[in-house]
Design a protein around this ligand. Structure first.
Ligand SMILES: C/C1=C2N=C(/C=C3N=C(/C(C)=C4\N[C@@](C)([C@@H]5N=C1[C@](C)(CCC(=O)O)[C@H]5CC(=O)O)[C@@](C)(CC(=O)O)[C@@H]4CCC(=O)O)[C@@](C)(CC(=O)O)[C@@H]\3CCC(=O)O)C(C)(C)[C@@H]/2CCC(=O)O
Length: 222
């Protein structure tokens, strides 16, 4: 029979102060990450990505189009629509720094049926409701490669351009390919983007990248 340990064994020394935790995190990230290739705002985004993944080496995989951070900051300052592929990304955007709820149509009542009829993922079907919101928006795609591919197809077919696409889907099927396509499209289609090449990505890094730009806008730099 397993013996219950005395409660005195369960007394740990850890940092309970949220500000101190964050400051120590960013001190360690600066010490462990080569940020020399990036300007001040880009560094904030890269550090938030490293922070969310706990992986300094990931910095090498980050790509910014030439005016990405400024375009994102300007759009966010004007309270542009924030369009998200999945609810997890939407939930990750820091609400105290935005004035209107980000948009995600994945759970729209018609979406499951529409996706079934078309034989496609709900994530990509949801983009049928993005058209009216796209112009000047900030797009966050952190999970679904099919949503990123569909977005690029829509823009190539003449849909309005977002101010910035933060495209960081994660996984093994289509994730790396969709981000390569985004990186190519920033030149071909003239879109501003931030991406993380390869398989890594996810909802948390994507919303964290947006949060980094929101923080730059209110002067919160690490
Ligand atoms: C292929 C998909 C992958 N999903 C991954 C990882 C995670 N997904 C989570 C959850 C809860 C959701 N994923 C969906 C978006 C769902 N995932 C897919 C799809 C099948 C297709 C997307 C695509 O290829 O473009 C997609 C379903 C769809 O029809 O679009 C989700 C909608 C599924 C659902 O609940 O119906 C749902 C999104 C919920 C939301 O709105 O937030 C995970 C939390 C999985 C889990 O529960 O363990 C996780 C989160 C990762 C993250 O950081 O975002 C992968 C790995 C990206 C995978 C890609 C392909 C692969 O390599 O297997």
């Amino acid at each position: 029979m397993q013996k219950t340990p005395p409660s005195s064994d369960y007394h740990f020394h850890y940092q309970p102060d949220p500000k101190a935790i964050e400051q120590d995190s960013f001190r360690q990230i600066r010490a462990l990450t080569d940020l020399s290739a990036w300007d001040l705002d880009q560094q904030q985004v890269v550090m938030r990505i490293v922070h969310s993944l706990g992986l300094p080496e990931v910095a090498e995989q980050v790509r910014f189009s030439e005016h990405a951070t400024q375009a994102g900051r300007d759009a966010l300052a004007k309270h542009a629509a924030i369009l998200c592929d999945v609810e997890m990304v939407k939930q990750g955007v820091t609400k105290r720094m935005i004035e209107q709820e980000p948009l995600c149509f994945l759970n729209h009542p018609k979406m499951a049926e529409l996706a079934k009829q078309k034989g496609e993922t709900r994530s990509m079907a949801a983009l049928s409701l993005w058209q009216d919101h796209l112009a000047g928006s900030v797009v966050l795609i952190g999970n679904a490669p099919t949503a990123l591919f569909r977005l690029l197809e829509m823009i190539a077919q003449g849909a309005p351009k977002p101010a910035l696409i933060i495209g960081m889907p994660v996984g093994f099927v289509g994730a790396a390919e969709s981000k390569d396509a985004l990186w190519q499209a920033h030149r071909d289609l003239g879109v501003e983007c931030i991406t993380l090449l390869g398989r890594m990505g996810g909802s948390a890094v994507t919303s964290a990248s947006c949060n980094a730009l929101l923080r730059c806008n209110i002067g919160e730099y690490y």
